[in-house]
Design a protein around this ligand. Sequence first.
Ligand SMILES: [Zn+2]
Length: 313
Amino acid sequence: MAKDKGASERPVVGVDLGGTKVLAGVVSPTNEILATAKRATKAEAGVDAVVERLVKTVRDAVSAAGLELDKIEAVCSAAPGPLDPEAGVVRNAPNLPGWENVPFAHLVSEGLGGLPVFIENDVNLGTLGEFVLGAGRGYRNIGIHGSAGEIGHTVVLADGPVCGCGNRGCLEAVASRTAIERDIWLGIKAGRESSIREILKRDKRERLTSGVLAEAYSAHDPLVAEVIGRVQFYLGLCVANVINLIDPELVILGGGVVEALDEGFLEPIRRTAYQYTLNKLDARNIDIVPAKLGDDSVLLGAAVNARWRLAER
Ligand SMILES: [Zn+2]
């Protein structure tokens, strides 16, 4: 079926499926986000319930764009874990209980009246989104993005805290926002000096949002500085490992913490990364920069991927 022209004329839907939320976006042929919709994943409810919520979220986004499903060319969904993009099967997903060899693409397509549905790993899609439309524009090859997915489960501290995947000392268990919150609360409970409680009380908040972290960090809160310092060290090590392994032109770091803390957060990561890079002469030519697309990187990457996959048909 010759579709090379028609394939790029209608919008596609990109979906970011994570352990806590599903975000769907209708994306125009020129990569503009026309509308989005969001839902809690409710991962504990199991595969069928999550797929149903995802399908509803796609339908909501399409309605919000003022369209009908039959005006959509294809859907591409991210999934958090190893998967087979050709077969459309999710092998497993550490943050989604019960996901083992799930025919994800088929199930979603069934819920959407048989629309073509592609799937791809979320880290790959976030990277693709940033590479094509965000911080990676103009570069030929790039390194890592975010601290989710497989890179998040590289072991950086062999005897470290237990990770959601069951191993110990994964990057995610040591340097994710969950790890930051855990360590700050542990510090507070142990009586360490910190302004966190006062900030939360003032703002009538209970959760340690990225904004609260950023305020305490820039005020040199001793506990927050220590916890964030540790995170920066391990992220720096991980970036150095990636540089030593694949020699990229650019490394993009994404996520809410990077966004909120920005340059003040990145500089110590760069220092550690350059310090642990073997090829010191060339290391400084590798740019380590913040992501640009924020929460939209995965869904935009999914939209780009959907068009690529359609063009291959
Ligand atoms: Zn892990």
